[in-house]
Design a protein around this ligand. Sequence first.
Ligand code: ZN
Ligand code: ZN
Length: 366
Amino acid sequence: MSERFESRRGKLLHSMRKLGVDALLVSGESNVSWLTGFTGDSTWLVLGPRICVLVSDGRYEIQLSEECPGLEVLIRKPEVKLHDALAKVVNGAGLSKLAFESHLLTFAAVEEIRSALPDVELCPAVGQVEELRAIKDVEEIAEIRAAVDVAIRGFYAVRAVLTPELTELNIAHELEQTMRRLGAEGTSFDSIVAADDRAALAHYRPGRMPIGDCSILLIDWGANTAGRYKSDLTRVLLFGKPTNKLVKVYETVRDAQQRAIAAIKPGVTCGEIDSVARGHIKDQGYGRRFSHSLGHGIGLDIHEAPRLAPNSQTVLRPGMVVTVEPGVYLADWGGVRIEDDVLVTRDGSEVLSARLPSDLESMLVD
Ligand code: ZN
Ligand code: ZN
């Protein structure tokens, strides 16, 4: 187990060489976790060719010894601040140039580090660990598969018990509880359950109104595994006979998604994949109604690298796992988004959520 983390640290040390620093201060919770196996928070890792130390506090002393056997740990006393404990580690090792995750630390934290380490040169570095995390190994892919699987089982269970009296919030809670009962550690994020016109709000919070005789019910949900890997899916259930407009919007979004997924393969840029879906939605007359990027990486975080966004030059590589989630949102009417989790394989892609159909027929509820 610990070899897995050691090899990740080795990869980071290799990619850090171009920074020309003595060490990188890793402060992002998921980044520290990915590099060490530690699952707590408020803990920093100082990693360089000559140093590998975790700086934490007394709450985590036992947990660190269990989760990170063999790693050097400095447990600061309650009266010692984190940046002062860091200074002790950095000065003790005689480091003179320290990179830090400038996209994650607050301005105030950087100022504190600067005053605790007046003689050390601080160099902002962005996304060093995230870039490596974008490529999942076999075990990570298995975890994401498990997260997808339990989410799908939860969805089927809840779909079977939908009634008009339930509120959006009831449905969200039922779905979340069901996934936990089926083995999920928790949810990846607060589920979105949105009926009719509320489905036009891409990041809606479920309300306390019964869904009644709604015709659209958008559900965006995901599960978190014990290893903290996440899934992220969206389906739109259609009640009664859909109107022509609803059929057109639904098929537009689904075609856009299918085309984008078909285009996914190593070597293609994320921007190209986004434009496949966006171009199709535009051709159907809804260009301005697709108001967000096409997708994002999933893993330890619900949103991570790479992003499937317009103009993104990031190149897809085998082992990346991304959501593909085009949508069309019409104010005062409703919205449709379809989201699946897709693994980039050596010669194309695999839809990890393929066993949950999304064709219009399968979404009809009597
Ligand atoms: Zn989602
Ligand atoms: Zn998503």
